[in-house]
Design a protein around this ligand. Structure first.
Ligand code: HEC
Ligand code: HEC
Length: 385
């Protein structure tokens, strides 16, 4: 935890916020954060970063947002297992913790604004939070996550913590007098941090390739062609830049039911009935929870594929642990060999299931997905081999 905090200390120092200071995207320039203490929290983004990693904001203390969304693992959970343990020992969530990277680009949830009048955007695998601000309230109050009894308890912990003076400076001296306003300010700061370029750096090999700074290998080029062509992946995992110049996000933020089997190893199935009354017969209906429409059962948000090579396990229930398994599933779902779909009635039968990819083609697609990992260093010709 200590080293994680050191690593993250300068994440947002001196950088702009997406959409507000879009021109200032360099992370290297003169950081304002130093010496620790509250004086280093000059901006809402810096305050939000501090709150994101504040382990006093759980009950009992010890868990922060960063416990499950660690920057050392591309903002996913570094602890093993398909789903995340909460702060109360023995309790687990039922879904694989997604990365928060690039989620700043998810549009506000719309029930009908997507392709063919379907749902688009929002936060969570099922879109039940409309935007980043409303999302951040959930984990604080979820008994199987940070387990605080109320918004007032979260606000009280912030008011007596190391971010209190920055809260007052940035949101007004009386901010702690009104619990609702204070809770809104807390999640506003966290969302501001989540919108910084530090969380959406666009620094993969593929980004360098798009800028003409590097070449893709032969396998990666073939994989890109298959991703956009025979594999049909780009139909949902958008591989081209947006009209406003935003680099490819590798998601269209729409929802689909891929016909995934249950993950028998989901620790949620073993929770006491107070938390999971259905035990292993629990069915995750995904988007239907949000829209109340039966046709949305089993639909989940298309995640970005940025950093996917280094953020296993995969899918909303963490059922697969390698990209080879994932591609094999898309390629051969309908040929047998997999457990039955958890939600068969709404399964997508047109875009996947029998893609007829050869073994070479499958491995080329995986090679391409390996170019989407942030932190790529462009090789300098003539220097280190
Ligand atoms: C115990 C682990 C855990 C903690 C702590 C946690 N999260 Fe999450 N987070 C998850 C899981 C699991 C999901 C997906 C849940 C779902 O879709 O139902 C998620 C989803 C998200 C998403 C949406 C990402 C997406 O791809 O849809 C955001 C944003 C996020 N969390 C931010 C936060 C913030 C901010 C905090 C702290 C206030 C936090 N999380 C604390 C586990 C955690
Ligand atoms: C019909 C839209 C659609 C198409 C086409 C599609 N995907 Fe997906 N992809 C999704 C959705 C939706 C999910 C999440 C499903 C879930 O977890 O229930 C997903 C998840 C994934 C994941 C797991 C990501 C993670 O972080 O867990 C990978 C990897 C992936 N897709 C790769 C591919 C590849 C490779 C192809 C082409 C062979 C492809 N996808 C085609 C919609 C699609």
């Amino acid at each position: 935890m200590k080293s994680e905090h050191r690593f993250t200390k300068n994440l947002v120092a001196g950088v702009g916020v997406i959409g507000v200071l879009a021109g200032i995207v360099s992370c290297g320039g003169g950081g304002a954060s130093n010496g620790g203490g509250t004086t280093s929290l000059q901006t809402k983004a810096q305050l939000g970063q501090a709150l994101f990693f504040d382990t006093t904001l759980s009950t009992p203390s010890g868990m922060s947002c960063g416990t499950c969304h660690s920057p050392n693992r591309n903002f996913t959970d570094p602890r093993p297992g398909p789903t995340s343990a909460g702060v109360v020992p023995g309790l687990f969530g039922f879904r694989n913790t997604p990365s928060i990277k690039y989620m700043a680009y998810s549009p506000t949830f719309s029930i009908s604004g997507g392709e063919g009048g379907g749902a688009i955007g929002g936060q969570f695998w099922d879109g039940r939070a409309a935007d980043l601000q409303s999302q951040a309230k959930f984990p604080f109050l979820n008994p199987i996550e940070m387990n605080n009894p109320s918004a007032a308890a979260v606000v009280a912990a912030v008011a007596k913590g190391s971010s209190a003076s920055a809260m007052k400076r940035l949101y007004g001296a009386t901010i702690f007098d009104d619990t609702n306003k204070a809770f809104d300010a807390i999640v506003d700061a966290i969302a501001t941090f989540e919108r910084t370029p530090a969380v959406s750096p666009f620094s993969s090999k593929y980004d360098a390739f798009l800028k003409g700074l590097t070449q893709l290998s032969a396998a990666e080029v073939r994989g890109l062609g298959l991703f956009n062509g025979k594999g049909g992946c780009s139909g949902c995992h958008t591989s081209t830049s947006a009209p406003d110049g935003t680099p490819p996000l590798f998601t269209n933020f729409c929802y689909a039911n891929l016909g995934l089997p249950k993950n028998k190893n989901n620790p949620y199935y073993t929770l006491p009935s107070k938390f999971n009354p259905l035990g292993s017969s629990f069915i995750d209906i995904g988007l239907q929870t949000t829209t109340a429409s039966a046709s949305d059962a089993g639909n989940f948000m298309t995640p970005t594929l940025r950093n996917v090579a280094v953020t296993p396990p995969y899918f909303h229930n963490g059922v697969f642990s390698t990209l080879d398994q994932v591609v094999n599933f898309y390629n051969t779902r309908d040929l047998g060999g997999f457990d039955p779909p958890e939600v068969p009635q709404t399964m997508d039968k047109t875009e996947l299931g029998d893609l007829k990819l050869t073994a070479q083609e499958s491995s080329d697609i995986v090679a391409f997905m390996n170019t989407l990992t942030d932190g790529y260093v462009v090789p300098t010709p003539g220097k280190h081999p």
